[in-house]
Design a protein around this ligand. Structure first.
Ligand SMILES: Cc1cc2nc3c(=O)[nH]c(=O)nc-3n(C[C@H](O)[C@H](O)[C@H](O)COP(=O)(O)OP(=O)(O)OC[C@H]3O[C@@H](n4cnc5c(N)ncnc54)[C@H](O)[C@@H]3O)c2cc1C
Length: 380
């Protein structure tokens, strides 16, 4: 088998994380190679998400990653000559229990401490902001007008172009199948196109990160969890300012999507699996809940639906930085449902971890490798 590339950094996975990291590494002068299994870049989770962008998190590190990403997205169109359809429609969280209100009080205080001025809304305020929403059972809501929507494909294409211009070698249709490891160091990755050598390796394989980890002999606790989306036919009168609404207790959400409504709802009983078929029974439950919360959906037709995979860790938090199992392996994965919005800042952070020894633009401390406990998920 031939050895066909020597790079400073070899990145496994050409989704938003791999491409953002490639752009930031190559922009600093590193010789970068990206290996993507599929014929095109960005056809994994990056192509299948809801396009949501928020600052409303319960941890400081995620708030800071969002703030940094938003700064980068604000100059994205000029930097990459690539529209990303940023729509600051805001995220509106609907709350229906005193326990959730109490938890959100803590979260909103934290957001304020980080300069994110999330507002508290009453049910009457919700009626003014989104009159189409059924407010039955809602006792309070939060709203942040810096949250909103972005075009996932625009971001991906911008980073593909930017990485390529910065000199990265981008190889699609090249699947990593294993690794040659000696003395705790990866010397090369095996692919059907030959071995790929490098100094440092970055695991950015999204929902496949656990599987790719196993191929190279490392236990990385990231599993694929199916999440489903439905999009209606266009709805007359709906405008872009309609907020991204989350019915928190039901894990139900909906937002404006090209004149229509895109909606999703998390099935907490979903077991880890590489399954992207649409679950028809779940669709029925989801649509029933969505029509109840947004009654105008009862009049609209379903135009399109799909399922994609979240890349989930046991604590629902990403893993960014060096992995302890091998001396030259890093990861940028496990974003558990918010990897598009954190793609810009996390790609920068892992580039700093690799080139500078530690991320310094954002303090990613809690997201570095930590003990996860064993056997929480079994992939079927
Ligand atoms: C339904 C749904 C809704 C979502 N909504 C949002 C949202 O509103 N906002 C948000 O921020 N995030 C959202 N997400 C999450 C977001 O899409 C992901 O966190 C993000 O796209 C992860 O990017 P990634 O580059 O890590 O993974 P991916 O885009 O999956 O990229 C990983 C790549 O690795 C490649 N790969 C796999 N195995 C190998 C191998 N052996 N060799 C080489 N390459 C390999 C894959 O082909 C793939 O292209 C959503 C996800 C889903 C599924």
């Amino acid at each position: 088998m031939t050895s066909n590339t020597t790079a400073d950094v070899v990145i496994i996975g050409g989704g938003v994380m791999g491409m953002s990291a490639a752009y930031h590494l190559a922009g600093r002068g590193a010789r970068v190679t990206v290996l993507e299994a599929e014929p095109m870049f960005g056809t994994g989770s990056t192509a299948l998400n809801a396009g949501g962008f928020r600052h409303q998190f319960s941890t400081a590190v995620n708030i800071e990653l969002s703030k940094q990403s938003l700064k980068m997205l604000a100059r994205f169109e000029d930097e990459f000559e690539q529209p990303i359809g940023y729509n600051p429609c805001g995220y509106l969280f609907l709350l229906d229990s005193a326990d959730d209100v109490a938890a959100f009080r803590t979260n909103v205080e934290l957001q304020h401490a980080h300069g994110v001025m999330t507002e508290w809304l009453s049910p009457d305020d919700v009626a003014r902001l989104a009159p189409q929403v059924n407010r039955d059972g809602i006792i309070a809501a939060t709203f942040c007008d810096r949250d909103g929507l972005v075009d996932p494909n625009g971001i991906l294409q911008g980073y593909v172009r930017g990485a390529s211009r910065a000199g990265a070698t981008l190889r699609s249709g090249v699947r990593v199948t294993g690794a040659r490891v000696r003395g705790g160091v990866i010397e090369a990755l095996h692919t059907p196109a030959g071995d790929v050598t490098g100094g440092t390796f970055l695991l950015a394989a999204g929902p496949w990160s656990g599987e790719v980890g196993r191929l190279i002999g490392v236990d990385v606790p990231v599993v694929p969890i199916r999440r489903q989306i439905a999009v209606t036919a266009p709805i007359p009168g709906l405008t872009k300012s309609f907020p991204f609404v989350i019915d928190f207790a039901q894990s139900l959400y909906f937002h404006y999507e090209g004149g229509a409504i895109l909606t999703g709802m998390s099935n907490h009983d979903e077991k880890p699996a590489f399954n992207t078929s649409v679950d028809e029974a779940w669709r029925e439950r989801h649509i029933e809940a969505a029509v109840n919360r947004l009654p105008m959906l009862g009049e609209s037709e379903l135009a399109h639906e799909w399922a994609g995979l979240y890349e989930v860790t046991p604590d629902d938090q990403a893993i960014i930085g060096r992995l302890p199992q091998l001396k030259n392996l890093f990861a940028c994965t496990g974003f558990s449902g918010h990897g598009l919005m954190h793609g810009p800042s996390a790609g920068l952070a892992v580039a700093e971890e690799i080139l500078d020894g530690a991320a310094h633009t954002v303090d990613i401390g809690p997201l570095r490798w930590r003990e996860f406990g064993a056997g929480e998920y079994n992939v079927v």
